[in-house]
Write a protein that binds this ligand. Structure first.
Ligand SMILES: Cc1cc2nc3c(=O)[nH]c(=O)nc-3n(C[C@H](O)[C@H](O)[C@H](O)COP(=O)(O)O)c2cc1C
Length: 196
């Protein structure tokens, strides 16, 4: 298998990290990889908001966890199960429940990615951008996890500190750091192809 394919196959959502900072030069390389993603009509709609202060990361994480729990209670058990399962593979729920930091997993770097609310392709473009960042991280010996729960950051007391404008929508966060676990592969569904 060539290096690119191996990287794609080896990437995992990692939820345990070493207490090691990531140099700014590496973060810049990851962002450049993100910027190389394709985007509808080449609009490159992504904007990156980066947290590296451990105290701030922990504070946002704690508050988002509280908001997520309230949200889950509010929408009822059936919808909550759907929401939770849309973010998690079932078996990862256990590590979610065990971890002290349920949202950002004690990472040294959180990258919130936004796109313009008015951009109908924003979510898709940001998804491609995020995947580039995660594969670049893997290629550089780092690990990552996409965090959909990060969208609740908009409801936190300190959201204003991120300076995200009202015209933007937080689509996702990608958390990055030096992984301290090697999650096993979640088998992929393969009976989802129709050759015509
Ligand atoms: C849009 C999206 C949102 C996700 N949100 C979360 C999240 O909030 N928390 C989390 O721990 N994992 C989250 N994940 C990671 C998935 O649970 C993970 O990718 C999936 O279980 C497959 O595992 P793998 O990435 O190791 O192959 C998210 C993934 C995607 C694509």
């Amino acid at each position: 298998m060539n290096d690119v394919l191996k990287n794609i196959h080896d990437r995992r959502a990692v939820r345990k990290y070493k207490n090691m900072t990531v140099p700014t030069e590496i973060i810049d390389i990851l962002l450049d990889a993100g910027r190389m993603a394709p985007s509808a009509m080449n609009r490159q709609p992504w904007k990156f908001y980066i947290l590296t202060d451990p105290k701030k990361i922990h504070a946002y994480s704690k508050e988002i966890a509280g908001i997520a729990v309230k949200e889950i209670k509010h929408i009822g058990i059936r919808e909550a199960a759907k929401l939770t399962l849309s973010f998690f593979h079932l078996s990862t729920m256990m590590s979610f429940l065990k971890n002290d930091d349920h949202i950002f997993y004690g990472v040294p770097v959180v990258i919130f990615i936004t796109s313009a609310i008015a951009d109908e392709w924003g979510a898709l473009d940001v998804g491609m951008c995020a995947q580039n960042i995660m594969l670049a991280a893997k290629a550089m010996g780092l690990d990552s996890c996409p965090v959909g729960f990060a969208k609740y950051v908009t409801q936190t007391r300190d959201y204003y500190q991120l300076n995200i404008s009202d015209a933007e929508q937080v689509q996702l966060a990608v958390v990055v750091g030096f992984g301290d676990e090697s999650p096993k592969l979640h088998e992929r569904i393969t009976d989802n192809v129709v050759y015509i």
